[in-house]
Design a protein around this ligand. Structure first.
Ligand code: BTN
Length: 252
C-alpha cells in the first residue's frame, strides 16, 4: 500500500482489496491504523453493502473506509453515518454547483438510512461497522462507496453515477473534497452532539414528511416519514396516527 497525507488524514492506498472495510477493521483491531486514517482502493473484489448485500466495485469509482476513534458511548455511534452522508452531500453539491460547465444542476438528497441520491437515483452508500469496549466505542469504520464512472444495473433501487451528469473527477480528488467537509461537521458533532447534523440531514431528506413505503422482508409498511430519532432510526406515522420506530428496513 502507498501512503499519502491530506490535512490531518493519513490515506493508505491500494490498487485492489477484497473490501476496504474489512481491511480497515483488521488494521484497526491490530493497532496498525488509528483515528482519522483511511483505507482507499481503486477496486474491490468483495465489496460489502448494507444488509449483507454485495457492493460491486470496478475501477473508476471511489471506495474508502475512514477509521475514527471518538470518545463516545456506543449508543451514539450510528449517528456517524449521518455525519458522513451530510459531508458527502455537501461535497457532491460543490462538485455540481462549482462546475460552470454543468448546465443541469442536479438535486442531491439523503435517502434514509444512509444513501445519497442524485435526481432520485442512488449514487453513494455508507456501511458503518464498529468495535466496542463495554459501553464505549473503541473504533468505527465508515465505509463509503461513490459511483463516479459507473453504477451497477438492475438494482432494487435505481442507481446512477457522476459521469452520467458530465462530472469529471478522480476518486482521490473526490475523497479530498469529502474530507474538507467532513472535518468541520465531525468536529461540530463531537463538540455539540447530533442536533445540527440531524437538521441538515432532514433538510435534504428524500421523502421527508411524505407518504412512504418501508420494506421489511416480504412485508410493506405504509405511513408518513415523520422524523429521525437520535439513534438514526426512522419515525413513521402509521395510518392509525401511531408513531413507530424503524431501523433495519428499506425505504422504497
Ligand atoms: C450500501 O449502500 O449498501 C453501503 C455500501 C458501502 C460500500 C462501501 S465501498 C467502500 C467500503 N468497503 C466495503 O466493502 N463497503 C464500503
Amino acid at each position: 500500500m502507498k501512503n499519502w497525507i491530506y490535512k490531518n488524514y493519513v490515506v493508505h492506498h491500494a490498487e485492489s482489496l477484497d473490501s476496504t472495510n474489512l481491511k480497515a477493521f483488521e488494521m484497526a483491531q491490530n493497532q496498525q491504523i488509528f483515528d482519522r486514517e483511511i483505507v482507499l482502493a481503486d477496486s474491490q473484489n468483495a465489496g460489502r453493502g448494507r444488509a449483507q448485500r454485495v457492493w460491486i466495485s470496478p475501477k473508476g469509482n471511489l471506495y474508502f473506509s475512514l477509521v475514527l476513534c471518538p470518545k463516545v458511548l456506543t449508543s451514539k455511534v450510528s449517528q456517524l453515518s449521518f455525519v458522513a452522508i451530510v459531508a458527502l452531500r455537501l461535497a457532491i453539491e460543490d462538485v455540481f454547483y462549482c462546475n460552470k460547465n454543468l448546465e443541469n444542476k442536479a438535486l442531491v438528497q439523503n435517502k434514509w438510512p444512509n444513501d445519497l441520491l442524485v435526481d432520485g437515483k442512488k449514487i453513494a452508500g455508507i456501511l458503518l461497522e464498529s468495535q466496542n469496549q463495554g459501553q464505549d466505542c473503541k473504533f468505527v469504520v465508515l465505509g463509503i462507496g461513490v459511483n463516479i464512472a459507473s453504477n451497477p444495473l438492475n438494482t432494487i433501487f435505481p442507481a446512477t453515477n457522476l459521469a452520467e451528469f458530465g462530472v469529471k473527477i478522480s476518486a482521490a480528488e473526490l475523497l479530498k473534497k469529502f474530507l474538507d467537509k467532513f472535518e468541520n461537521i465531525y468536529q461540530n458533532w463531537l463538540d455539540f452532539g447530533f442536533a445540527n447534523v440531524r437538521q441538515s440531514w432532514l433538510n435534504a431528506g428524500y421523502k421527508y414528511k411524505e407518504k412512504i413505503s418501508l420494506k421489511d422482508g416480504d412485508d410493506k409498511i405504509l405511513g408518513i416519514f415523520q422524523d429521525l430519532n437520535d439513534d438514526g432510526s426512522l419515525i413513521l406515522k402509521l395510518e392509525s396516527g401511531e408513531l413507530k420506530n424503524f431501523t433495519a428496513v428499506d425505504l422504497e
